[in-house]
Ligand binder design. Structure first.
Ligand code: SF4
Length: 446
């Protein structure tokens, strides 16, 4: 059963009398268990929908709709399937107290993997789920593999009942499902021989595994379950060295880099980040794979179209790990717009000094960074700090934080998105320039 959260005015659903709270039970004789069933079963243009109205009355809607026209309704958010693992490195176990409640939910849901690109381990898949993935062709999925050797994976996921991931991926591959995979590397558990064996197994799945992301274990000072080693520069360098032969082979044989180290690995190892072309389609950019290269590319492509902002003072709030990468970009933006940019690196007040990601800054950090800065004309903050509901991790609403600050504040993904919307300022005139150029040394006769 799925329940209606909102009915769009003037749409098909409203004309049928569907109301907020209506429950849909079946479509064309097939039971509706969740939003996936609803999405796929209502793809037809002729529908017989069994429903229960908010007052409990049963009703049947018969719908014949013009091809492709939406029904005009939104469903309540799905109940998320929870994780059955207990990874020592689980980021959720490393969250401090007092953040938004949904952040503490350990989701492991193949449906969200398909719909939103969330990573799932597939360790809670039931035979019925596999049938649905194949029938609905839920591809691509995003899968946390971590290790393919079964014993190593049991240890990493801290779950003795975890199924064999290679046979799961093989079943999906045989059904035409692609899986972008990731391995979170825990030093001593899935580097070295386990990493090699895992890449070998994933490679053997061919086109069904179009990319593999290698990500260092991400810990905070609150990661109370973790007993292993932390990632250091030498380990990061050796991981990149282990990946490179695989990437070279993949480029030679399949024409794709295939296995990618995360940006964080390059930064930890002190190595320059590859250029944008290395990341091809940026398939795992949300996973920190090529995010910096994409930002650089977006700035490169966008600067020419920016308005002249000479005299405007822009504050740029970012996290400690991004701060060293910013000056060349800000210099570029300064050259194109004439604006001055001031970098304001901030430490997350809730995660502490060991967690330096810009996206983990909270509303209180933004206030602290900008409350005393009326000297700026505007400020840009990382858009990743705010969720779809406009909330920071500490539950502060962006609009409240913004309204309490003395200058306009804009969430920005790539600078271009905000700067391109600014009102152009007058450029210095040619006459002024000519006058300066025409000045002659004193005392020389005309
Ligand atoms: S799979 Fe592991 S890391 Fe992911 S939510 Fe579950 S316990 Fe946490």
């Amino acid at each position: 059963m799925v329940r209606v959260a909102r009915v769009a005015p003037g749409g098909i659903a409203e004309s049928l009398g569907v109301a907020r709270g209506t429950e849909f039970l079946s479509v064309n004789g097939r039971a509706v268990a969740d939003f996936l069933d609803w999405e796929f079963l209502t793809a037809d243009d002729e529908l017989v929908i069994e429903a229960r109205q908010p007052d409990g009355e049963a009703v049947v809607y018969e719908v014949e709709r013009p091809e492709g026209e939406a029904l005009g309704l939104e469903l309540e958010p799905p109940t998320v399937r929870q994780c059955a693992n207990r990874c020592e490195f689980c980021f959720i176990e490393g969250l401090p107290e007092g953040l938004r409640r949904p952040l503490y939910l350990r989701d492991d849901d193949y449906r969200l993997s398909f719909a939103y690109g969330n990573f799932a381990t597939l360790s809670n898949l039931k035979p019925r789920d596999v049938r649905r993935i194949l029938e609905y062709r839920l591809s691509p999925l995003y899968v946390s593999v971590h290790a393919t050797p079964h014993e190593a994976r049991k240890v990493l996921l801290n779950n003795p009942k975890v199924p064999d991931i290679v046979s799961q991926l093989r079943t999906l591959a045989d059904g035409g499902i692609q899986c972008h995979c990731q391995m979170v590397i825990v030093p001593g558990l899935n580097d070295g021989a386990v990493l090699e064996a895992s890449l070998s197994d994933l490679w053997a799945l061919g086109a069904a595994v179009p990319s593999v992301a290698i990500v260092p274990v991400g810990l905070t000072q609150f990661s109370h379950l973790y007993t292993g080693r932390t990632m250091d520069a030498a380990m990061a360098a050796s991981l990149l060295a282990a990946l490179e032969p695989w990437a070279e082979r993949a480029r030679a044989v399949r024409g794709t880099t295939w296995v990618f180290g995360s940006d964080e690995l390059y930064l930890l190892a002190g190595r320059p980040l590859p250029g944008a072309e290395y990341y091809e389609e940026f398939a795992q950019v949300e996973n920190g794979i090529g995010a910096v290269a994409l930002l650089r590319r977006q700035v490169d492509e966008g600067v020419a179209g920016l308005p002249w902002l000479g005299g405007v003072r822009v504050g740029v709030v970012t996290g400690l790990s991004m701060a060293p990468l910013m000056p060349p970009l800000l210099e570029r933006l300064h050259g194109a717009t004439g604006a001055t940019f001031e970098l304001i690196p901030m430490e997350s007040s809730v995660f502490g000094p060991t967690t330096t990601t810009a996206g983990l800054l909270v509303g209180a950090d933004i206030r602290a960074a900008l409350a005393g800065r009326p000297d700026l004309d505007l400020a840009l903050i990382p858009a990743e700090t705010i969720n779809d509901q406009g909330l920071f991790l500490d539950d502060a609403a962006f609009v409240d934080v913004r309204d309490a600050l003395p200058i306009p504040v804009h969430p920005s993904y790539d600078f271009i998105d905000v700067l391109s919307q600014q009102r152009a300022r007058p450029r210095p005139t040619r006459r002024g320039a000519a006058r300066r150029g025409a000045a002659r040394p004193a005392g020389r006769a005309a």
